[in-house]
Write a protein that binds this ligand. Structure first.
Ligand SMILES: [Zn+2]
Ligand SMILES: [Zn+2]
Length: 261
């Protein structure tokens, strides 16, 4: 009985970790903020595979996210609980992603100006109207897995890889509404501990908005940041370099003023 639950749980954790690794290390810390520098081969790999694995375009995601930092909790924030309400963020973030993708495809300056330094195009899947194809393939893979190994496996695979709307909602809504703050910032960002534990350190929104260019999101020792641990492992493997000069300071160390994104 226990194995019936443990095996699908292992599949869920593997799929969830794969998806979250792409988002938090590659899309967020590397592409959106340049807090880590990807080796050329890693960058090529991420640009070739990222959209297939996550269903999300790397350039559109980075653009939307930079707009979140530029307009944080103001009227132009793509997904703020202050604007859309805590529950409304679930829908607002999906609409914002779609708007950003089509804004970039239509070469609209309001979107292009946020990603001028990203010298790669929107993924060809999206340039050819095939945004749905990764979702269709993951659905087919889940059905096959369910058919071959039991529906628990199929569901676990699908839920793990396609968890982005839920984890995005937890971070974008609760990370700007619930939890303590370490720093005074012009936005409502907060550090919900449980969200940080479950979502690779991404819950530490207040630390991150204060030091957006830092690859490490944790400030106090008890703040969990699995994403930074993955950055360190990938650095040891030679896949990327952490920009150590941009890391946030330890408590008690002098704070160098920076709001650089
Ligand atoms: Zn935020
Ligand atoms: Zn960010």
């Amino acid at each position: 009985m226990t194995m019936h639950l443990l095996r699908p749980l292992a599949v869920f954790l593997a799929a969830y970790s794969l998806h979250l690794g792409y988002i938090t290390v590659f899309y967020h810390r590397a592409l959106a903020h340049r807090a880590v520098r990807l080796q050329p081969a890693t960058l090529r790999f991420v640009l070739a595979t990222g959209n297939w694995v996550t269903g999300l375009d790397p350039k559109a995601w980075a653009c939307m996210h930079r707009m979140h930092h530029a307009f944080s909790d103001g009227p132009d924030d793509p997904h703020s609980p202050a604007q859309a309400g805590v529950l409304g963020v679930l829908v607002a973030q999906l609409r914002a992603y779609e708007r950003t993708l089509y804004g970039l495809l239509g070469r609209h300056p309001d979107y292009l100006r946020h990603v001028q330094d990203l010298d790669f195009p929107v993924h060809w899947l999206n340039r050819h109207g095939l945004w749905w194809l990764p979702y269709a393939l993951h659905t087919a893979a889940a059905v096959l897995l369910g058919y071959a190994g039991g529906w628990g496996f199929g569901l676990a695979y699908f839920a793990g890889l396609m968890s982005h709307p839920i984890e995005g909602w937890v971070i974008n809504a609760l990370g700007h509404a619930v939890g303590p703050r370490n720093f005074e910032t012009p936005d409502d960002s907060r550090n919900p501990w449980l969200a940080a534990l479950l979502i690779g350190g991404e819950g530490l929104q207040n630390n991150h908005h204060r030091f957006p260019a830092s690859a490490r999101f944790s400030y106090r020792w008890w703040e969990p940041d699995a994403g930074f641990m993955l950055c360190r492992a990938l650095e040891k493997a030679g896949a990327l370099t952490i920009e150590r000069g941009r890391l946030l300071p330890r408590p008690g160390a002098p704070v160098i003023p920076t709001t650089q994104a």
